[in-house]
Design a protein around this ligand. Sequence first.
Ligand code: SAM
Length: 283
Amino acid sequence: MQTKDAGCLYLCATPIGNLEDITLRALRILKEADYIAAEDTRHTLKLLNHFDISKPLISYHEHNKNEKGPEIIEMIKKGYQVALVSDAGMPGISDPGADLVVLARQADVKVTIIPGPSAALSALVLSCLPAQRFVFEGFLPREKKQRRERIQRLKSEERTVIIYEAPHRLISLLQELLEILGDRRISIVRELTKIHEEALLMTIEQALSYFRDKQPKGEFVLVVEGADQTSPHRNFDEISIEEHLMEYVKSGLSKKEAIKQVAKDRDIPKSQVYPYSIGLDQE
Ligand code: SAM
């Protein structure tokens, strides 16, 4: 496929679990590319073998990006077509792909995107939390002080927040979120598009007790409700108790959970909310 002066960098999304999620265009580009730059060549080889694609691979990851990035750009300048894939999902989202895009732009090399799945957006739409306005935090800093500062800044963030986290750090992150943000709704989305996919909508406190009993396993995305949704400062007098209940039911809570949350928000007994929930089943 090498044509003089017509090299291009293809940012090629790959599945985040289910291999059927690869696009027809991604398959064509991977077949036509001269080289495939991959975050983990062994991982990508499995994907390529599955689709019967055989291509020279270039290793491009966090620890060699400064040396490999310029080499890849030089190859594209010579006219080679290079597809960049990450371990899963969209290259550039929480992986070194974004650095290569910057290098390509600086070198005036053509870059294009072959869009496809990303764990962040998939988790957001599955979360049942407001998806109209959101922020993506990716992985929070590993260093405790920096991480806590970042969470502190999220305290007044009104948009839904999307966070990536490794399973072995999930509980400590939930503890910090609870301590700094207070108890609010969170959707714990794991193993997207895989056999054990689940999206658990609960409060941070509930999530903590759930995962203290059940060891977190697999890949996780946390989708955290924005600040004003459960803030005690929100003026609930502006909406009726029925409307308040409906908001929660529409966002995925059961009737029982909605009653509990409304009572908590308004600081009134559940028995006072219950009569307003009777009509909800007919909605
Ligand atoms: N580039 C990827 C994307 O577009 O989503 C993200 C790469 S980042 C290095 C890997 C993180 O993404 C994982 O630790 C997890 O938080 C999230 N992730 C990737 N695949 C996932 C899946 N199938 N289910 C849940 N989270 C996933």
